[in-house]
Design a protein around this ligand. Structure first.
Ligand code: C5P
Length: 420
């Protein structure tokens, strides 16, 4: 069954000659089991008649923000809520710019702002417009916010030039969308929003950095913001789990339903985790625990008298390894923040730390700062059959839901009573 089956897809059509291909795309999406509603910009209507899409989708086509009759039938907020997925094809340079800057002066841009649905963009434009720094920067902005791009293709363009900027063929757009959705298991149909796949489970999550004191005013730490761990804790609650969150020093708040234990150092985090580890079903170790701490914490502030100074560091306990070594171990999930050879390092860690699963992200790409960002992309690995699933770039909330969906499905495959 296609990943598009039963999905509510809002298809945004913009004003480019490639708009004629969107009619075939609408048909292909419906063939794959999706319900499709079309929003056309005014530019799009210069190329294709709304009637074409109405006939193909069986639904009225939405063209105007300020039309009382249309708003009475299905208002723009209702439309935004209806969508499980927003797909814009073709997306013009103009629409990319307006979405990147948060405009809300026509129906399509307003619906995009008002919707939490993941956004997929299939651009189509002249090759120089596509290559222009302004367009590239708008794409990056949208990508950073979690939008996924499908295409464009290279080839002969309607303007007679050859290069990148052609809309992908409708079947390719449909297939790429389905693949992206398959790996992003979190995107649910509107009536699946309350899946309780972790009902009855106790999930323990660590999040944020740890701080290792040097003296009363200084410490060693890292850039972890805690956003990924907090998103996982919240997503676990929404999937029915009881959640304990052990948080390093971060400036984030968590829902009241989450039992939160605040800690500062790695040793404090270990203590807090060990108190809960024997009594939970899943341990997700998202925290960026400092690998080393000071051998000796000075009681008084160190004075800057010497030209050089040396600090002696000793290794911190590996919290995850200690949990996975317990006889009564929960299902253990680690995180790997790698800067190179991501798969090899992540799989190495999976074995060394005796984990059930590991989620790897690349942290050192200059244009993809994971730390502190609101978006992320993961590669998830598990031992059985060299298991692997990619979670494409999306908001940390979506990525968290996708990861927990994978965890829940693997958890279900573990034989009853097996530990590890
Ligand atoms: O070995 P490395 O530090 O790269 O492993 C990362 C994984 O191990 C993460 O899941 C992290 O939360 C966990 N970890 C830990 N205790 C440490 C260091 C890392 O639990 N001291």
């Amino acid at each position: 069954m296609s990943a598009l089956n039963k999905k509510n897809i809002l298809l945004g059509v913009c004003g480019g000659i490639a708009a004629y291909k969107s009619a075939i795309l609408a048909r292909r999406l419906i063939d794959a089991g999706a319900q499709v509603r079309v929003v056309m910009t005014s530019g799009a209507q210069a190329f294709v008649q709304p009637m074409t899409f109405q006939a193909l989708t069986g639904n009225p086509v939405h063209t105007s923000l300020l039309d009382t009759e249309a708003e009475a039938a299905m208002g723009h907020i209702e439309l935004a809520r209806w969508a499980d997925i927003i797909l814009i094809a073709p997306a013009t340079a103009n629409t990319l710019a307006r979405l990147a800057h948060g405009f809300a002066d026509d129906l399509l841009s307003t619906v995009c702002l008002a919707s939490e649905a993941p956004l997929f963009i299939a651009p189509a434009m002249n090759r120089l417009m596509w290559a222009h720094a302004a367009t590239l920067s708008n794409c990056k902005t949208l990508n950073d916010r979690g939008a996924s791009f499908i295409g464009p293709a290279e080839g002969i363009q309607a303007c007679g030039e050859t290069g990148a900027g052609r809309l992908l063929e409708p079947e390719d757009i449909r297939d790429q969308l389905a693949t992206l959705l398959q790996s992003n298991a979190a995107i649910t149909t509107s009536n699946e929003q309350t899946t309780q796949t972790l009902a009855g489970k106790h999930v323990l999550v660590t999040a944020g950095p740890t701080r290792e004191a040097i003296d009363p005013v200084r410490y060693i730490s890292n850039h972890s913001s805690g956003k990924m761990g907090f998103a996982i804790a919240e997503a676990a609650v929404s999937m029915g789990a009881r959640v304990t969150l052990v948080a390093g020093p971060v400036s984030l708040s968590a829902s009241d339903t989450i039992q939160r234990i605040d800690v500062v150092s790695a040793e404090q985090m270990l203590d807090a985790v060990m108190q809960v580890a024997g009594n939970c079903d899943v341990f997700i170790s998202v925290a960026a625990v400092s690998d080393y701490r000071l051998e000796e914490i000075k009681e008084q502030k160190i004075k800057k008298n010497d030209e050089q100074m040396q600090l002696t560091l000793i290794k911190n306990p590996d919290i995850l390894k200690q949990v996975s070594s317990r006889e009564d171990r929960p299902f253990c999930v680690g995180f790997a923040a790698e800067t190179e050879n991501v798969e090899a390092h992540a799989r190495g860690k999976l074995v060394r730390k005796q984990l059930d699963m590991i989620a790897a992200n690349q942290v050192a790409q200059p244009d993809n700062p994971v730390f502190g960002s609101d978006t992320n992309a993961l590669d998830v690995y598990w031992p059985a059959n060299d298991g692997h699933q990619a979670i494409p770039a999306s908001s940390k909330t979506h990525v968290a839901q996708a990861l927990l969906t994978i965890i829940a499905s693997q958890l279900g495959k573990k034989p009853e009573g097996s530990q590890g």
